[in-house]
Structures are given as structure tokens and as C-alpha cells.
Ligand binder design. Structure first.
Ligand SMILES: [Zn+2]
Length: 321
């Protein structure tokens, strides 16, 4: 059905930027904008700017505000979707912040809010790599590890939307410290931060390797090992680089397989910075996941794919909540 005469606004509030998109009912983005969050300010000041950028993208897309059917918002942290409240957000001054009711007062439209990774997972499910499937797991590998679970077409986020925090499953008892205070979380190993730590440790172990050389070059310009360093070394035929990539993929597979064993999606969609490695990452990841998953893959096979929508996933997922 053609839904090009239905209009929705999606917003993605991050620690540094607020992104906004106006989309038609077919999931086509008609206009986008981005503003600075100004996260040090009280939340009401941020909400007013968020409302203003929502109206601005509608105007940029040539949509009269009266024709907007709804506004969706993705926010990092714990979001009580039913109450329209951000309970807690790590990089934002939101503590029990009533974003739903406040934006409704300013914008006069139904407001839906959701955790940002759930929104992005929903966007990929609706319009991206997950659109062929009814159940999918979206895993984003960035500074942290986010997860968006869709089961039978619905976002699964648990009691008061406090669940689906796949980054904080413990995969190594007493392991590396995580930003959440626990040790051994999936995020502490599978995030870019975890990959960079493993890269730096391995470079120190093999001082004559290309890996060590690449890390040293980065340190000269004031950076440390990054999420690409080990992949670059491995591509140059370096054993130390290949060791890091191999170990990283095993950690990633352990976490993914744990979630797959629990929810058995039809597809696992990998997004975030590390997913730019494409098949270099995915081919060995598939091999490892398919070997590790409970019961094998004959009865209930699942695909592992890269995300297709980039930042638009969060905007579209929010718009269509
Ligand atoms: Zn954690």
C-alpha cells in the first residue's frame, strides 16, 4: 500500500547531537537535520530545542505540521516507553525526565519514546537488513554494545523497558571491568573500546609486529589503538593483528550465540563502527556462531548480516514506533 501521504518525525537524542528526520509512511526520509545537544543544560532546555528541530525538518520536507501523524524519539539509557519517561541516561541530564508529556505539550502530536538501540533495531527490522524477517537481533558495535531485539514484529525490552541490555551479559567471570560496574560484560570485549584494549595489550606482547608499529604511529599523534588498527595489521599479513581479530571475533560470537540461544531470531544484524569491516568480520563470525550455537543450524537456521541504514535506522525506527 502506498503510504506516501502519511508523515512521521523521528528523533535521535545523543550525548553530543540531536538528529531529526521527516519520513513518509513508506519509510522514505524526506529531510534531515542535526543540532548540538548541549547536554550540560537542564532537560527542559534540551526538550525545547528537540521540539524546534522536529518542526524544522517537517518544514524542510514541505510537510504542514497538521499533516504529521506522530513523533518518535530514541534516547540512550533506560526508557519507560509506557510512561513516556527517560528514567536514566548515561551522557544526558535525564533523571525521570518526562519527555513524552513535555514534547506533547509543545508539539501537540502523539509522542513515542524508546531506547536508541531498540529504535535502531526496529528501523533495520522495518526498512533495512531485517525487513525479510519477523524476528531479528540488532547488535551495534561502537563505544559500547547496544542491542535491539524484535520478536514477531514487536520490540522486546522486558519489564518497564529495562531489559534487552545485551551488552551487559557476563561472558567472562571476573573478566575485564565494564562501564556499568560489573566485570566481564559482553560490552567490555565486543565494543570498539574492548577491541582497542585487546589491540594495545597484544601490541605490547609483540613489539616487532606491524600491529605494534601501527599502534606506535597512532600514539605519535596523540591517539591510542582504535577499532580498525588490528584489522589493518591483519590485512597487511601481520600475525599479531590476525590474533587480535580472531580473538575479538570469538568474544563477539560468544555474546551473539548466547542471545541467539535465548530468543532464536531469524537474523542477526551487525551495525556500528566495527561493522564497516564487512565480510572480513562476518565470514569468520558466521563460522564461529554456527559452530557454537545450541543444536546447530539445520533445524532453525539464522542469517548474520551487516546493517544497511546507518544513522537512518534510529530515525526511521523512532518515527515508526
Ligand atoms: Zn556492563
Amino acid at each position: 500500500m502506498d503510504k506516501s501521504n502519511i508523515f512521521k518525525i523521528g528523533l535521535d537524542i545523543g550525548g553530543t547531537a540531536v538528529k531529526a528526520g521527516a519520513a513518509d509512511g513508506n519509510g522514505k526520509i524526506l529531510a534531515k537535520a542535526s543540532i548540538e545537544t548541549g547536554a550540560q543544560r537542564p532537560y527542559m532546555a534540551i526538550f525545547r530545542d528537540v521540539a524546534a528541530v522536529a518542526r524544522r525538518v517537517a518544514a524542510d520536507a514541505g510537510i504542514p505540521w497538521d499533516n504529521v501523524s506522530g513523533v518518535g524519539v530514541g534516547v540512550p539509557g533506560t526508557v519507560n516507553s509506557a510512561a513516556g519517561e527517560v528514567v536514566y541516561a548515561n551522557n544526558l541530564p535525564f533523571r525521570n525526565a518526562p519527555i513524552g508529556s513535555e514534547l506533547f505539550k509543545i508539539l501537540g502530536k502523539p509522542i513515542q519514546i524508546e531506547n536508541d538501540a531498540n529504535a535502531a533495531g526496529y528501523g533495520e527490522y522495518l526498512f533495512g537488513a531485517g525487513r525479510k524477517y519477523s524476528s531479528s537481533l540488532f547488535v551495534t558495535l561502537g563505544t559500547g554494545v547496544g542491542g535491539g531485539i524484535v520478536v514477531d514484529g514487536k520490540i522486546f525490552s522486558g519489564f518497564k523497558s529495562a531489559g534487552a541490555e545485551i551488552g551487559h551479559m557476563v561472558i567472562a567471570h571476573g573478566g575485564a571491568p565494564c562501564t556499568c560496574g560489573q566485570r566481564g560484560c559482553f560490552e567490555a570485549y565486543a565494543s570498539v573500546t574492548g577491541l582497542a584494549r585487546l589491540t594495545a595489550e597484544t601490541a605490547a606482547k609483540y613489539p616487532d609486529s606491524l600491529l605494534a608499529e601501527l599502534v606506535a604511529e597512532r600514539r605519535k599523534v596523540g591517539k591510542d589503538a582504535g577499532g580498525k588498527t588490528a584489522f589493518d595489521a591483519a590485512a597487511g599479513g601481520d600475525k599479531a593483528g590476525a590474533e587480535v581479530v580472531g580473538t575479538y571475533i570469538e568474544y563477539l560470537a560468544d555474546g551473539i550465540v548466547s542471545v541467539v540461544n535465548l530468543i532464536r531470531p531469524q537474523a542477526v544484524i551487525i551495525g556500528g563502527g566495527v561493522s564497516a569491516q564487512g565480510e572480513t568480520l562476518l565470514a569468520p563470525l558466521r563460522k564461529s556462531c554456527y559452530a557454537k550455537v545450541y543444536g546447530g543450524t539445520d533445524y532453525a537456521p539464522f542469517d548474520i548480516l551487516t546493517a544497511q541504514l546507518g544513522n537512518d535506522a534510529g530515525l526511521l525506527g523512532a518515527a515508526f514506533l
